[in-house]
Ligand binder design. Sequence first.
Ligand SMILES: [Zn+2]
Length: 213
Amino acid sequence: MNDILRAVTPDGYVGFDEFGQLQAKEVEAKHTTSWIVWDVREKTCFICNHGWELNHKSFKDQYYWHDRKELIHESCFKRYRKLREWSMFFNAVVECNLAFPGGLKEVKNEYGAAWNLPWYEFKWKGAETFTIVIGRRKRVDHVEIKAPTEGYPGMPSLDYRMAEKCFSEEDVTKDFGPTSIMVHAHTDEKLKAYLKKFVRILGLEKPAEKVAE
Ligand SMILES: [Zn+2]
């Protein structure tokens, strides 16, 4: 990268090079990393309604949202995506019409997609032994029922034969066993449908719904 000839921040780590490109630099140990950045000095991020601070850390926290043609904070975009994803998952669980008293608990992303957004866990009332995991994995959602592998006497296991029956029509990645029933959902609608199948597999269907089938 080229040298900064004209700094625009007091720390000297953001400035224009000889070609008039704006750069942000970061020096760690002996390594210098540079990025070409947008000039966000006069801009306001429409998500948080704040601008950028005059230092390289703040300048690096920028994202050009192509669809909206707007410059925003990358951290704000990540929060927005996280909230949007959470909201989709939450609504899918709500549609199953069963109480999940602990809500959606944030857990580690087991896949590590580009934005590394969290995964979630919850338990349905009436089947507290088992944990449901939902999380984004590239272009699909990972949905899984996990049986405890320790701490429960008698080792409760999952009805994976029932799962095989319930998902026989679904031509997607799936993995069924006594301690885990896992499927990949390709759309939001599929995620909702699969969670409803999980309700059946766990024997949580309400009597009225059983009659209706
Ligand atoms: Zn912002």
